[in-house]
Design a protein around this ligand. Structure first.
Ligand code: NAG
Length: 176
């Protein structure tokens, strides 16, 4: 090979490397956390809603996705979301447990940046302060396999998110 073709070959392989190292996909979410009336036991009570929903919205993601979740706290108290089972490689400060991550003050927002790196499966998120998780603010997280990594079973006929927990007819705040 002459110098010219060596240079060309080098440039082509460098371009290939850049392409291989392309960033993983991003998914953006905007969540508004509010109080709202819910009646899971047939009795109306105050719950915590995300985008008007109880439980909160499911997150559908694919292995290695970057999840950018801008959470607006419209409650009159601090609010913090924990991402159960998400490994948070190199960003444990996004874990959402009090002491690791600061709560979102009332009227403010905070953007969680998570990467579901090398993970697959069903997980969930929940509010980690006080008794918030007894009032709502939780939901499912799904991480599907990338098409490149086949799973050793046929695609399911259907797919549901089931969240199980104790439930009380009082709200999450302390009463005298
Ligand atoms: C709050 O939301 C605004 C508007 O979407 C955004 O520009 C800003 O970065 C967010 N702040 C934080 C701390 O996430």
């Amino acid at each position: 090979m002459d110098t010219k073709s060596i240079i060309t070959a080098t440039i082509i392989s460098l371009l290939f490397l850049i392409n291989v190292a392309a960033e993983d996909p991003y998914k953006f979410f905007e969540w508004h956390v509010t109080y709202g009336n819910i009646s899971p036991l047939g009795v109306q009570q105050q719950g915590i809603l995300i985008n008007g929903k109880f439980p909160g919205p499911d997150i559908y993601s694919v292995t290695n996705d970057n999840l950018i979740i801008n959470v607006f706290n419209h409650l009159d108290e601090p609010f913090l979301i924990s991402w159960s089972g998400i490994q948070n490689w190199r960003n444990s400060y996004q874990d959402g447990v009090y002491g690791t991550t600061c709560p979102i003050p009332p009227g403010k927002n905070y953007t969680y940046a998570l990467q579901v790196k090398d993970q697959i499966g069903s997980f969930y998120y929940f509010p980690s302060l006080g008794f918030h998780k007894a009032a709502g603010g939780f939901g499912g997280i799904r991480i599907s396999n990338r098409a490149l990594i086949p799973v050793p079973f046929p695609a399911p006929a259907d797919d549901y998110t089931v969240l199980i927990g104790d439930w009380y007819k009082t709200n999450h705040k302390f009463h005298e």
